[in-house]
Ligand binder design. Structure first.
Ligand code: SF4
Length: 478
């Protein structure tokens, strides 16, 4: 390998120790920049000396190119080869993480079950319209697990408003149920279920048996679930053992929420940069220069929390699917939306039901799929355009958007001219019409081919522009 070659360090696993050290030390330098008060000014005054004082030997100029806006700007127009080596490698590492996330959203998390697949696609596309670029970071995982009921950490910014810690699922009591649920999830949802996490509105390390549950998960899916912990320093040896073992099986990115400057210092003292190569540190304390929260959950109303924007419409919910709570024995079906007074956590809770045993779990999961996840919207029931979306007729088709988000378009073609899109839109806006009504009326009024009209309606449907039957008032709602 040439000294300047770029490699993947997460997957497939890279075993070049010098390469890993360079990326890991660059990462640590950037963490100091975003979280350590005073580091920025010290580094800008004496870059190499400041890094050395922090135990880092990475090229100081490369760090400057990555974090100092003025230096970064000077390199913006230059070809990538002009970047210092450590900066190129660090950027490649970031790209690798982003590509991994995009692949999960686009391919890995697509359920095998056709109706679930179609429903998730509608929700993901709806979020492009409603949430805009925020949707880039939402994977729309089809399944996730909570091993406890509630969370012991009680963060004042908690985006999912986790309740206080109330109950723990113990492995010795529920191992058979757990294994059965994992097997059924794989059978029903397919490999996409292997991208579940074993936490949501919970702290994974609250559960004393977290590692045992995760071992079974690995046996079924061959994947170690991603972990985000705000309690990484509660028992550092437990954390280290978990990281070491899990990264041996499956090198992937985990995350530590850093809740105070003291915790940051303890993390840095306890773990080498190489040990944390695959752990993102999330700055979640007031003194951190890079500290910022989504305006969702408890952060919405907490004046002491520094939110990205005071406006509603944000979310950290990244699930379009099921949350199985093993402590409460419940299943929730959720999908993201912008946070609001009505939905402060930025989640649409479609349904929630308890189960008693494995057979009952199967019943609940199957009945929720059958009831709420239609493979396509019924053709004989009125179609309702989703409120809050504005449509605009253009010469070349239709544009649609939600307040302050992306403007998306359907463009006409020779077969499907813009005028047909306009006519379909007019029928839908008039309301009360089913797909069959729209087809019949446009056949009569403009001699349109039914297949063409249905094709356009299908595009609307897949874009998530219609209310789901369970969202509409009337006999079909649940
Ligand atoms: S942010 Fe995470 S650790 Fe903090 S209260 Fe919410 S669930 Fe618990």
């Amino acid at each position: 390998m040439s000294d300047w070659e770029i490699r993947n360090v997460i997957s497939p696993a890279c075993d070049d120790a010098a390469y890993i050290r360079e990326v890991a030390q660059t990462k640590r330098a950037l963490e100091l920049w975003t979280m350590e008060p005073g580091f920025r000014s010290a580094f800008l005054a004496a870059p190499a000396e400041t890094l050395a004082a922090c135990g880092l030997s990475v090229d100081a100029f490369a760090v400057k190119v990555l974090c100092d806006p003025e230096t970064a700007m000077a390199y913006r127009e230059k070809p990538p080869e002009a970047l210092p080596r450590a900066a190129r490698r660090y950027r490649a590492f970031l790209r690798e993480k982003i590509e991994g996330r995009e692949r999960m959203a686009r391919e890995d998390c697509v359920p095998a079950h056709p109706a679930f697949r179609a429903w998730r696609l509608r929700q993901r596309n709806r979020c492009w319209v409603e949430l805009g670029k925020r949707n880039e970071s939402l994977i729309h995982v089809p399944l996730t697990f909570e091993l406890d009921l509630g969370c012991s950490v009680g963060c004042p910014f908690c985006g999912v408003m986790a309740p206080r810690h109330q109950k723990v699922c113990r492995y010795d009591e529920d191992a058979a149920l757990w294994k059965g649920i994992l097997a059924f999830a794989k059978e029903t949802i397919g490999d996409a279920a292997g991208h579940a996490t074993c936490y949501y509105a919970t702290e994974p390390l609250d559960n004393p048996d977290y590692e045992k549950f995760v071992d079974d998960f690995f046996d079924v899916f061959g994947i170690v679930p991603q972990m985000t912990s705000a309690a990484s320093m509660r028992n550092p040896e437990r954390t280290r053992a978990y990281l070491t073992e899990s990264l041996k099986k499956n090198r992937r990115v985990h995350r530590f929420s850093v809740l105070s400057l003291d915790i940051l210092h303890r993390i840095f003292e306890t773990f080498t940069p190489e040990e944390l190569l695959c752990v993102e540190l999330l700055p979640q304390f007031a003194e951190a220069p890079g500290n910022m929260f989504a305006s969702a959950g408890r952060a919405r109303k907490n004046a002491a929390v520094h939110v990205e924007t005071a406006e509603d419409g944000n979310t950290i919910a990244c699930i379009s699917g099921f949350i199985v709570n093993m402590a409460e024995k419940s299943v929730r079906l959720i999908t993201p939306c912008g946070s609001s007074e009505e939905r402060p956590t930025g989640e649409i809770l479609v349904a929630k039901e308890r189960f008693t045993d494995l057979e009952d779990f199967r019943r609940v999961l199957v009945s929720m799929i059958d009831r709420y996840m239609l493979p396509e919207l019924p053709k004989d029931q009125p179609l309702c355009l989703r409120p809050g979306i504005s449509f605009e007729k253009m010469a070349e088709g239709i544009a649609f958007s939600h307040a302050k988000t992306l403007r998306l378009k359907f463009l006409g073609t020779d077969d499907l001219p813009a005028g047909l899109y306009h006519d379909v839109l007019d029928k839908l806006r008039a309301g009360g019409r089913s797909a069959y009504d729209v087809v019949g009326e446009l056949m009569e009024e403009r001699d349109a081919f039914p297949a063409h009209v249905l094709f356009i309606l299908k595009k609307f449907e897949q874009a998530g522009l219609f209310l789901e039957p369970y969202e509409t008032p009337g006999p079909s709602s649940s």
